[in-house]
Design a protein around this ligand. Structure first.
Ligand code: 5GP
Ligand code: ZN
Length: 118
């Protein structure tokens, strides 16, 4: 997509701190980290978010969790664990409309995520 900042990050037009890349995936550090480790994993092939998936597009995600696992291991998160977040839609906090998974770790994280809502 021409005007998508994450497409531009994946193709190198916009610089980022890369942590992982293969034929289909690109991962880089979030510019405003919410934790000591905060990586964004994106597919190179643009899709807005999960609500835009169809059966054909979903084939690109066959290895998604294995890539997440590889990055988590590479980032030293195996012992501590990590959180995988995919904000889907504006009201859920999505601000960039190119699918991305936040891989967040390196600190203690509470649950539920919004204790003020209890
Ligand atoms: P969302 O709010 O859509 O779930 O997450 C978007 C994330 O992208 C935010 O955490 C934000 O800090 C990050 N972000 C936005 N623009 C850039 C950028 O140009 N470079 C990097 N590395 N991260 C970005
Ligand atoms: Zn894009």
């Amino acid at each position: 997509m021409d005007d998508c900042i994450f497409c531009k990050i994946a193709n190198g037009e916009i610089p980022s701190t890369k942590v992982y890349e293969d034929e289909n995936w690109f991962a880089f550090r979030d510019i405003e980290p919410a934790a000591p480790v905060h990586v964004l994993l994106i597919p190179k092939k643009h899709v807005d978010n999960i609500l835009a998936f169809d059966e054909e597009y979903n084939k690109n995600f066959a290895d998604f969790f294995l890539v997440v696992k590889k990055i988590a291991e590479q980032e030293g998160l195996k012992e501590s664990g990590f959180r995988l977040v995919m904000n889907t839609g504006e009201k859920a906090g999505q601000s960039v409309f190119h699918f991305h998974a936040h891989i967040i770790g390196g600190k203690e994280m509470g649950w539920p995520p919004f204790p003020e809502d209890k």
